[in-house]
Design a binder for this molecule. Structure first.
Ligand SMILES: Cc1cc2nc3c(=O)[nH]c(=O)nc-3n(C[C@H](O)[C@H](O)[C@H](O)COP(=O)(O)OP(=O)(O)OC[C@H]3O[C@@H](n4cnc5c(N)ncnc54)[C@H](O)[C@@H]3O)c2cc1C
Length: 404
């Protein structure tokens, strides 16, 4: 669409795919990325994706790339392989030349001429461009755009360890000692965990990935000790998905559950437990006070002395970026309201069975502004790249109609 400019926040998989479609449809595009290309994917580069390449990459970008250089459709790539074999070449595609601003952070998005409370919910707000305050080592500047796609993910904003999502006592001060991501336990981070005591908190696939890696470490160094804390009382830490179509996810779930439930492993599962307090003793051990239910139903306190705490407790969106725009958010997931409502109606834990709710779910009261990718799911961790690619297509159909 000549003459119309789209600003895309984030050069993750969804931001890059959106940028390619924008260029293929002749929009002027700028992608603003606070780090380097796909910096979130690279932070868990040692982890293998459980969905095959063909559903992780769009038809439009694959058609525009040199097909012989692409991974096979059925390849289950690690994050690093996905970056090296697809996302990096995509970011260097001639169509995107000059469109990427790396090491540049979007601080705030507003509108020229309209303040937040002006022309409430009116389409006339689209007549004035968006204004983005961006910041890099060179300083601050404004970017202007007719449309904005917020593809900034959630990985920069971890949840907290304490009960109800409130930081545990002492957690904020010790946050630098806590790992909120996925360390490379079998690779470069191994010395930090081998022969050491580690507490893992969480009951999703990230926690399962961590536990399985630690389980492998125990086999190589039997001095390694692992505590796995989950807040639910259930038979296994992770639920199993009936007739799961993703074999990688089936294997991960059963390996992690087995490590937790078999008595002879050196993984101690603490179910129905909460983290209350963290402190450091004179030998620099982390002391973690946990509360757990006894078999008699009483609340008991236990103090664990550990070398590491890995908090795989999820992430939430940074909504401060768009607080000067008119956005209707879900009060539970913090995703855009219409999409969140559609997702709540689809409570299956199997993200592979989810359908994309279509463009209506992606519309905000603020015309021309869309939240796509992992951020569109807010705190809901079921997002899949396949869904993000469908979102991009739906949004571009709408933008094309509005840009005319
Ligand atoms: C370990 C792991 C395994 C996964 N495996 C799969 C899988 O097998 N299949 C699948 O479909 N999904 C998988 N996912 C889920 C999801 O697809 C990925 O998290 C994916 O990276 C989401 O892509 P995204 O582009 O929406 O966000 P991100 O990859 O998070 O990209 C967002 C980008 O925005 C940038 N950014 C953030 N804030 C700003 C700002 N203010 N200004 C500028 N830039 C900013 C970030 O630096 C980042 O580069 C997995 C997730 C994890 C964590």
């Amino acid at each position: 669409m000549p003459g119309k400019r789209i600003a895309i926040i984030g050069a993750g998989p969804i931001g890059l795919e959106a940028a390619m479609l924008a260029r293929l449809r002749n929009f002027d595009v700028v992608v603003i990325e606070q780090g380097g290309v796909a910096s979130n994917v690279r932070s868990w580069g040692h982890v293998r994706l459980f969905s095959p390449f063909e559903v992780n990459a769009s038809a439009w970008s694959r058609a525009a790339c040199d097909r012989s250089a692409l991974p096979p459709d059925d390849a289950l790539l690690t994050g690093d392989e996905f970056f090296e074999q697809y996302l990096l070449p995509l970011s260097q595609h001639p169509l995107l030349k000059g469109s990427l601003k790396e090491q540049t952070r979007v601080v705030k998005i507003g509108k020229r001429r309209f303040w937040k409370g002006d022309a409430i919910g009116k389409h006339s707000r689209l007549e004035s461009p968006f204004q983005l305050l961006i910041e890099s080592a060179a300083g601050e500047e404004y970017e202007e755009a007719d449309f904005v796609l917020d593809c900034s993910g959630t990985s920069g904003n971890h949840n907290w360890l304490g009960e109800g999502g409130v930081p545990a006592l002492g957690e904020r001060h010790l946050a630098r000692r806590i790992e909120y991501g996925l360390p490379d336990i079998s690779g470069k981070d191994r010395p930090r965990f081998s022969g050491k005591r580690t507490l893992v908190v969480g009951s999703g696939y990230s926690a399962a990935t961590t536990i399985v890696a630690l389980g492998n470490l125990i086999e190589q160094d039997s001095a390694t000790r692992v505590f796995w804390l989950t807040r639910q009382a259930s038979d296994t830490p992770l639920p199993t998905i009936k007739d799961d179509s993703l074999q990688g996810r089936v294997d991960l779930t059963s390996a992690a559950n087995e490590l937790a439930c078999k008595s002879e492993t050196r993984v101690t599962w603490l179910a129905d437990a909460k983290v209350r307090q963290l402190s450091v003793d004179e030998s620099d051990d982390l002391l973690v006070t946990i509360e757990l239910q006894t078999e008699q139903g009483d609340l008991a306190c236990q103090v664990l002395a550990v070398d590491n705490v890995i908090a795989n407790v999820g992430f939430h969106p940074d909504r401060s970026l768009y607080e000067e725009l008119q956005i209707h958010e879900c009060y539970a997931s913090q995703g855009p309201m219409k999409l969140a409502a559609a997702l709540m109606g689809e409570m299956s834990a199997d993200c592979m069975t989810q359908s994309s709710p279509g463009v209506d779910g992606l519309k905000n009261p603020e015309p021309g502004f869309f939240i796509l990718g992992a951020k569109s799911y807010g705190r809901d961790s079921r997002f899949l790249l396949r869904i993000g690619l469908e979102q991009i297509q739906s949004v571009f159909d709408l933008i094309a109609a509005e840009a005319e």
